[in-house]
Design a protein around this ligand. Structure first.
Ligand SMILES: NC(=O)c1ccc[n+]([C@@H]2O[C@H](COP(=O)([O-])OP(=O)(O)OC[C@H]3O[C@@H](n4cnc5c(N)ncnc54)[C@H](OP(=O)(O)O)[C@@H]3O)[C@@H](O)[C@H]2O)c1
Length: 164
């Protein structure tokens, strides 16, 4: 299981239930990486998608405590155990944790890699990803060259969990 996240300089990921940035190239890369695979997301993150609909061409596991919630095109999981059981039913698929902050926090211990898009700007935020640079269990193993889109400079990084 891996996580994918876009963070600003302070590891901010969202503000008022929306993303901080929309970078076309990053969204395209996200789609390419996750298509055909499993994505795990919180109910609030689902609400940020176009029409509040699950992502096409992916197995969407939406986490919610609401037992009466039904979502066309997604499997609703009510806790961590249900998520892990659903994941186990698709051993051939790669699994990506795609947010938001509560889901990242809950599943980070299960992740081996985190694909970080690091935007070189600090934006007002109210939700954060754990600062992996301050966590000895995580090591940045790849930093790609800077890219730029509409004046936003960003780069891709890969963090891996250090073997205990
Ligand atoms: N920058 C990025 O890469 C990125 C990626 C994704 C999201 N985001 C941002 O992150 C923000 C949303 O994050 P968030 O933490 O507020 O919301 P979230 O994690 O997307 O969703 C929270 C919801 O998930 C459900 N949930 C969480 N833990 C659960 C558990 N243990 N068992 C059952 N249900 C559980 C609850 O749903 P119910 O209330 O239905 O019970 C909870 O209200 C937004 O601003 C979004 O744009 C950023």
């Amino acid at each position: 299981m891996d996580a994918i996240v876009a963070v600003d300089l302070a590891w901010g990921i969202g503000y008022r239930d929306d993303l901080l940035f929309r970078i076309k190239a990053d969204l395209k890369r996200f789609k390419e990486m996750t298509s055909g695979q499993i994505v795990i997301l919180g109910r609030k993150t689902l609400a940020t998608f176009p029409g509040g609909r699950p992502l096409p061409s992916r197995i969407n596991l939406v986490v919610s405590r609401n037992r009466s919630l039904e979502i066309n095109g997604a499997t609703v999981c009510h806790n961590r155990e249900e998520v892990l059981a659903a994941v186990a039913r698709h051993p051939d698929k790669h699994v990506y944790v795609i947010g938001g902050s509560s889901i990242y926090r809950e599943f980070l211990p299960d992740c081996h890699r985190v694909y970080v898009t690091r935007i070189h700007r600090q934006q007002q935020a109210d939700t954060y990803f754990p600062n992996l640079d301050e966590m000895p269990a995580w090591q940045c193993v790849l930093t790609e060259p800077d890219l730029e889109e509409n004046g936003l400079v960003f780069n891709y990084r890969v963090y891996e969990k250090v073997d205990a």
